[in-house]
Design a protein around this ligand. Structure first.
Ligand SMILES: Cc1cc2nc3c(=O)[nH]c(=O)nc-3n(C[C@H](O)[C@H](O)[C@H](O)COP(=O)(O)O)c2cc1C
Length: 223
């Protein structure tokens, strides 16, 4: 393996979705560096459709308060439809990573209360001091979302490269009207997700597991 690919592979291995953070904030210069690197991803016609709303502490607190208050509301109201269903191998993978989390934090099978409490931690941004909300222009449709996805991935990798942990959170988009109201987001943009980021609480059980990836024979073919 070439040294550069090895470095990249190691960076890919070092990133994970962090679900417990220390309170220490990430400084502005570091945030700028992450964003400047992440924005180098390709996008259709170089449209760069992502808008990044960085939350000040007061805004973060207010948004979290409103999201937590809505936690009992069972139905989701995302701007972009959530997946209709997970079947077959997708269902299996979803269940595996869900159980990895539940086992790590001690939620037993059938413990609906425990599961929903863990889910509600999304609304506290898992304690992350820094949060970015990502929106995409409605007019750009699925390809705008695709471009934003590339940005989100690059953001998490750039962050990992300088020791900052992160997690993309579609759960926040499930409460899009609240996010829109608190952050004054224009009607012509869709709320895609949050990226919570900061310094990992390494001793927290929620960060004690790593997800696996399928063997490439499962998804690569020559035609
Ligand atoms: C677009 C997107 C949305 C996600 N939304 C959530 C979320 O709302 N809550 C959560 O706990 N994890 C969320 N995740 C994290 C995934 O569960 C995680 O990426 C996956 O299980 C693979 O694990 P890893 O990131 O640790 O490699 C999201 C990831 C992506 C890419």
């Amino acid at each position: 393996m070439s040294p550069k690919l090895k470095d990249f592979d190691e960076l890919m291995n070092s990133r994970f979705s962090c679900r417990a953070f220390l309170t220490k904030e990430v400084d502005q210069k570091t945030i700028d560096q992450i964003i400047e690197t992440a924005q180098k991803v390709p996008s259709w016609c170089n449209s760069q459709p992502w808008q990044v709303i960085l939350l000040r502490q007061e805004t973060r607190r207010l948004l979290s308060e409103k999201l937590v208050y809505s936690a009992d509301q069972a139905f989701e109201t995302p701007d972009i439809d959530f997946p209709k269903r997970y079947t077959g191998v997708y269902k299996t993978r979803r269940s595996t990573c869900g159980w990895q989390l539940y086992n790590a934090v001690g939620v037993q099978k059938g413990d609906r209360e425990g599961a929903s409490q863990q889910m509600a931690k999304n609304y506290e941004f898992f304690g992350a001091p820094n949060v970015a909300i990502i929106t995409t222009p409605k007019d750009l449709g699925a390809y705008g979302v695709l471009d934003c996805g590339a940005f989100i991935t690059a953001f998490t990798l750039a962050a990992a490269a300088i020791g900052i942990s992160s997690i993309p959170q579609a759960a926040i988009a499930g409460r899009a009207p609240i996010v829109r109201e608190v952050l004054n987001i224009e009607e012509d943009r869709d709320v895609l997700c949050a990226i919570s980021f900061g310094f990992a609480d390494k001793d927290n059980p929620a960060n004690s597991f790593r997800t696996q990836r399928a063997d490439s024979v499962e998804f690569v073919e020559w035609a």
